[in-house]
Design a protein around this ligand. Structure first.
Ligand SMILES: [Zn+2]
Length: 100
């Protein structure tokens, strides 16, 4: 059973036999539902035509983006440090570039 991802905001939802009735993130007054209505995708489908791209922002700091852009264009940051790594924020896709 796939975990559906809202194609408008990029939020992933738990496995379910039925798609969610709606995306509460997009139904919030600060977001929107696309004029064509709610659309869903899943990780495998997203990974067929999108990829995670790394970019060096500074020494030890990397930006990760999905290309071509997806949903609201989220960007995550990876801070690499000898004492451990920190991933700040999240992406809708995990692929081989980031260990998926
Ligand atoms: Zn949404």
């Amino acid at each position: 059973m796939p975990r559906l991802i809202c194609a408008t905001c990029g939020t992933q939802y738990p496995e379910s036999p039925q798609p969610p009735a709606a995306c509460p993130i997009c139904e919030d007054e600060r977001q929107y539902v696309a004029s064509g209505g709610q659309r869903w995708t899943e990780t495998a489908a997203l990974g067929r035509d999108h990829a995670v791209v790394w970019g060096k922002e500074a020494e030890g700091l990397f930006g990760l983006r999905i290309r071509p852009a997806f949903a609201i264009g989220q960007r995550a940051f990876l801070v690499r440090h000898r004492d451990g790594n920190i991933l700040w924020d999240c992406l809708s896709l995990i692929d081989r570039a980031i260990g998926g």
